[in-house]
Design a protein. Sequence first.
Length: 422
Amino acid sequence: MEKDQEQDKRTQRDRRESRWVKCKIYRHTIAASYRDNLNMNLYPDENERLQLFPVSAKKRFLAHAAVTALPRPVADAVCNYTTQSCEQHQEFGDVLRDVKETRRVCAEIIGADSDEIALLGPTSLGLSLFANGIPWQAGDEVVCYGADYPANVYPWLELQRRGVVIRQLKPEQMGEITIELVKAALTRKTRLVALASCNFFTGYQIDVNAIGRMLHEHGVLFSLDAIQTLGAFPVNVEHVDFLSADAHKWMLGPLAIGIVYVKKRHFDLLRPTLLGAWNVHSPNFIAQDEIRFVPTAQRYEPGVLNIAGILGMRTALEMIAGIGIDCVAARLLELKKHLVGQLDELGFSIHGVKDGPHASSITTFRHARIPATTLFAHLEKADVICSLRHDRDGNDFLRFSPHLYNTEAELDHALEVMRKLL
């Protein structure tokens, strides 16, 4: 019996270690080469690139601001767990240790403490926990931006039912939320500012550190929807109070799992609104007469966790960390420069920031002569996966959002498809 148990443990360990084999191929050599020469692909070995990112074998996948295709190691991590869960049970062996390690990985990528990380998704769940858990008083004010993705708008608008005043930012250009604009919106009653780290439509990145520092100087809380930058550009929570980001975009992870961050000093302020045996003290799973929350951010996780998603997200984040987030960001801006230059030549109008400190890997554009819906259909037929988006006036746009493994050749293929139509 003991020999069988020991063999099971070795098998589990071997399977876990196999998840990282493909990552180790490039972790040191590719990252070091890229730092020495920024004008190169992160994956110069095409066979390796296709092995790690199988979607690239048949598609040019340029829709990471929507829902990512999973890298092979991430899919393997999810599948390995699922297979083991039918061979024994879903909370076998080292699951709790893996959860703890995932908290550490998540904390490291945003500069937090592991105890400040809850493993929850989607992004709207974390944002709703923030909005619903603060003890608001009638007349409190929240500043937000109505043209953010709806997940970061509706939780705050709903607070009007509790007497909270919602003040919406009105930038001159969509998504261009500056520190001056935010500061001008503050009043003596402003309690919290809720912003997205990057606008999902225009790709404009806000200055998180500068805005957060200014808000804290004014005694105002800062909530951040980080889903459009986390995994693509550096994100640090030194001046952020609350953060939520699902893994299914730039983190290259599965759906419905993500990072929810609550600064430790706000645990008493932000009361959990979802309760269960996992986050409320329940010795031997026996309900107590009083509600006493666990002392970490686990207090925001009411019950069983999405373990398959957690293992997938951890694998994805370790892949990104193996390269270095600064290298990833530099590569994404290279791809944007390549794309924007040719879009300009073809007569496309770009809706959003093209370059500079606020640029991201999101590029949204349209052409005066050919509807974006027509271009989108032709791109799909040519195995180019991108996004079709619309503004409030009903205009349609294409949105390209390449990630670290995409190449200039893939962008050129997409551009050639559109060039033929023009």
